[in-house]
Write a protein that binds this ligand. Structure first.
Ligand SMILES: Cc1cc2nc3c(=O)[nH]c(=O)nc-3n(C[C@H](O)[C@H](O)[C@H](O)COP(=O)(O)OP(=O)(O)OC[C@H]3O[C@@H](n4cnc5c(N)ncnc54)[C@H](O)[C@@H]3O)c2cc1C
Length: 814
């Protein structure tokens, strides 16, 4: 066909806001030879009927970043690409019914301030000043976001498309893609109008993402984890008082979000738009009698107002003038949901040169930022901000159909819910079970999910409150607290055991494995029979991952990493794996027990045939309770201890023997408290690609003098010469009822000077601890700063660069 592009650098499948924003940002990055194929007209999927709200609010740092970027882009886009559009920056009021909600707002305000946004907390009396039609009877206050607003989603998409076309990119409308194939290391995207050969493919197919994703299964792909939810909003006719107010003030009312009731209410012309996220929600296209249609372009679901009745009633009480208008129109359309409600943006798991920018629940608000992130992934292989919250690899092999549907319903029904740190969302549990799961539960294990693996968070005693409601607090106190304390004390004074199924576990072997591995990590490899931590930097010297490297022979290693990191790290290892090397994922085959505390040696002496005098960081094959096992002398809890790694079949016998030897079971929450006291970092909290290895205080794991040219070596050398601008610190905090959560703002002299990366109570040292990143000129022991914890600025002191507990590591080495 004349003019049809038979080649392109990138082909994007899907012309909704996300795909078009990706195309725009690729072109902006200089990648103009890119083609977007859209089955119908642009916006035909979810985009055309979206309400167009553009909030910045999030308690996730990266999502807030992405949404903030969108608002900044949308403000200038019309002029930049010469496509004027309706973008109303109205501000918004997010209403709080409780103190906990106000605390959540305080947290978002602190993060927003750190990102340069002037979010404001309002007392109930001040709300009416901003919104005269509101009843404030049951409100504790509100959060005012001046950057919030609404945009016309179709105009936004067209503006991005115009910008992309003007820069040389191609948009092909009415061009359904029908499949992909691969030839000579390139993709061929098949469309109804012809084939396009390209280097990279992006799945931006919205609620069709799962169907498009299936094309990639023969090339290593998986089924895209998602389900389509029905979402409605109602348009109301004009209200005279609103018309008069707008005329007098020359603007629209701020958008209201009554998040505790679960709806938003926005001025639309001179009437309203009411959009609930109802608990009694509906997934579509998830049962055989309701298949996903071949083409749903510009279509809607039938209205279903019954489900919305309670929300409409509530809104009438909140803003009584709403009662003066009738409903003029109902929109009920599909929104795709991933199991956590965040989109999928980044590398398509398992598939070379394929990416995803799909499954957006807030695609209008996030589309701008998402395009930037996607373009960075494609053109640079890394992103400016750590985007793990949206990385498709955060889901692995446990997200089957039922899981996706149950989770989508749960997340939709709680779209505005608070995410308390100790709260486990209950839907779809028990995806992957340890070989001693029943035993752990019988001992009182209150379980959490880690990459789908059930692990005990803490151990309850009879009568303890383990209901989900008990966890609805930002505070430290709760039924778990005395138990965690006792678990920590058992580890400090005696011996504890933690069952840790799902450690990501890779076996690397083959001639040259050592040299290859050494060329990937910044530090040195361990000697044979030893283990160490290896850090994998990217080209910027930022932290991609941390692995425990156990060396069995010259070229034989076990690499152990966080449960959540399984697919991320597997891809990192597979990328560029040298010829002749074998990499095996043995995550599902083996389990680990952490046996730690001053009595651990005596316990193991009674049940193991092993050399228990081998030093800290040694590894050995041993027999434990008559079963073959690998003993690694290490303890993330910071006491004398061993990890026992064994095949699943042997774990029950070993666990029983360890319990019979007097070990007290402890859980993940105790482990977190214990590791904080040692300053041990966790992946994607303290260790993320937001920070370089030097900033993270991991200089001792960086060998700039080794011969291999590992990724980031030049960048780290340059950073070392320059000096870091921020630095990892341990803080002791004079905390109140809550410890510092991730991304609490650090203050000094009235200025923001850093952020925490994790925090909690240390039961051995009896202090509240925060780990974080601080402006480097302030990162000196004894320096007083403040940590903003849910709006309260609490005094904190920078600690010397050594563990708070057992600073000389004598207990570990005992
Ligand atoms: C009622 C309602 C209100 C909403 N309100 C808001 C809001 O206020 N704010 C907000 O941020 N979000 C809102 N959303 C969500 C928002 O609409 C979506 O998140 C967003 O539109 C998703 O954009 P997308 O580009 O990912 O997907 P889509 O817009 O669905 O685009 C995907 C495109 O891919 C095309 N496609 C699929 N398969 C193929 C193929 N094989 N070949 C070629 N093309 C293909 C489709 O035709 C479609 O155009 C709302 C959603 C609903 C239902």
């Amino acid at each position: 066909m004349a003019g049809f592009p038979s080649t392109a650098r990138v082909v994007i499948v899907g012309g909704g806001v996300a795909g078009v924003s990706a195309l725009y940002h690729l072109a902006k990055a200089g990648w103009r030879d890119c083609v977007l194929v859209e089955r119908n007209e642009l916006t035909a999927g979810s985009t055309w009927h979206a309400a167009g709200n553009v909030p910045t609010f999030s308690t996730s740092w990266s999502i807030m970043n992405m949404q903030r970027y969108s608002t900044e882009l949308y403000a200038r886009l019309g002029t930049e690409v010469d496509y004027p559009m309706n973008y109303h920056v109205t501000g918004s009021l997010r209403l709080a019914h409780s103190r906990e909600r106000m605390q959540e707002f305080e947290r978002a305000r602190g993060m927003g301030l750190h990102q340069g946004m002037a979010l404001e907390l309002l007392e109930p009396e001040a709300i009416r000043d901003r919104y005269p039609f509101i009843e404030t009877h049951n409100l504790a206050g509100a959060l005012y976001d001046p950057a919030d607003g609404d945009i016309d989603p179709a105009q936004l998409t067209q503006a991005l498309a115009k910008g992309a076309r003007d820069m040389g990119a191609t948009v092909l409308r009415f061009t359904p893609a029908t499949g992909v194939s691969r030839k000579n290391g390139e993709w061929i995207v098949h469309t109804e109008k012809g084939d396009i050969r390209c280097e990279y493919v992006v799945n931006a197919a919205g609620y069709y993402a799962q169907r498009v994703g299936e094309w990639f299964r023969p090339f290593g792909g998986r089924t895209v984890p998602m389900a389509a939810m029905s979402h409605q909003y109602l348009l109301f006719e004009a209200v005279e008082a609103v018309r008069a107010w707008s005329a007098e003030h020359g603007r629209k009312l701020p958008l209201l979000r009554d998040v505790d009731t679960s709806y938003y209410l926005r001025q639309e012309k001179h009437g309203f738009n009411l959009g609930p996220y109802e608990r009694d929600c509906r997934a579509h296209w998830v049962t055989p009698d309701d298949p996903l249609p071949e083409d749903f372009s510009f279509q809607l679901y039938p209205d279903d107002l019954d489900r919305l009745a309670p929300y409409i009633e509530d809104a009438l009480t909140r803003v009584p003038v709403l009662g003066e208008a009738g409903v003029s129109k109902v929109i009920n359309g599909p929104i795709p949901y991933a199991p956590d409600g965040n989109p999928l943006i980044g590398p398509m798991p398992g598939v070379p040169n394929a990416f995803e920018a799909c499954v957006f629940t807030f695609g209008i608000a996030q589309g701008g930022g998402a395009g930037k992130v996607l373009a960075e992934w494609v053109t640079e292989g890394c992103t400016e901000w750590d985007m793990w919250s949206c990385d498709p690899r955060r889901y692995t092999d446990y997200t089957d159909h039922d899981y996706c549907v149950e989770k989508a319903r749960e997340v939709y029904g709680h779209e505005y819910a608070m995410h308390f740190p100790r709260h486990r969302w209950p839907a779809a549990p028990d995806r992957k079970l340890s070989p001693v799961h029943e035993r752990v539960r019988a001992a009182g294990g209150v379980m959490g999910a880690y990459n789908g693996w059930e692990r005990a968070d803490w151990f309850a005693e009879p009568g303890d409150d383990t209901t989900p409601e008990s966890t609805m607090t930002w505070g430290r106190a709760g039924p778990w607290e005395p138990r965690i304390r006792a678990e920590c004390e058992a580890v400090r004074d005696g011996v504890g055991v933690l069952d840790l199924p799902g450690f990501s576990r890779f076996e690397l072997s083959g001639g040259g494995a050592a040299a290859w591995l050494s060329g990937r990590i910044a530090g040195a490899l361990p000697r044979i029979g030893r283990m160490t931590l290896g850090y994998f930097p990217d080209a910027r010297g930022r932290i991609l991952t941390e692995m425990s490297i156990l060396r069995h022979a010259e070229d034989s290693f076990t690499l152990i990493t966080a449960a959540a990191a399984q697919w991320h790290d597997r891809e990192l290892l597979q990328a560029g794996l040298a010829d002749g090397l074998a990499l095996e994922d043995r995550t599902r085959e083996r389990d680990a027990l952490v046996v730690t505390g001053p009595r651990s040696r005596a316990l193991l002496a009674g049940i193991a045939e092993a050399d228990l005098a081998l030093p800290w960081l040694s590894i050995q094959e041993a027999t434990v309770a008559g079963c073959p096992a690998l003993l690694a002398r290490v303890s993330f809890a910071g006491e004398l201890g061993w990890e026992i790694h064994a095949d699943n079949a042997h774990v029950p016998a070993i666990y029983e023997a360890v319990l019979a030897g007097g070990a007290r079971p402890f859980g993940m929450w105790a482990l977190n408290a214990l590791r904080l006291e040692k300053g041990y970092r966790t992946w994607k909290g303290d260790l993320s690609s937001d920070y370089s290895l030097l900033e993270a205080g991991l200089g001792r794991f960086v060998r700039l003098d080794k011969p291999e040219d590992f990724p980031g070596k030049a960048a780290l050398a340059a950073e070392k010469r320059r000096g870091v601008t921020k630095r990892f610190v341990t803080l002791v905090v004079d905390a109140g009822e809550a410890d510092a959560p991730y991304m609490s703002t650090l203050w000094n002299d009235g200025r923001v000077v850093g952020e925490t990366t994790s925090g909690g109570w240390g039961y051995r040292v009896g202090r509240s601890i925060a780990l974080g990143m601080l402006r480097s000129d302030l990162a000196e022991p004894g320096r007083a700063v403040e940590v903003e914890i849910y709006g309260e600025r609490r005094p904190a002191v920078v600690q010397p660069d050594r563990p708070l507990w057992d600073p000389g590591n004598e207990r570990l080495r005992a």
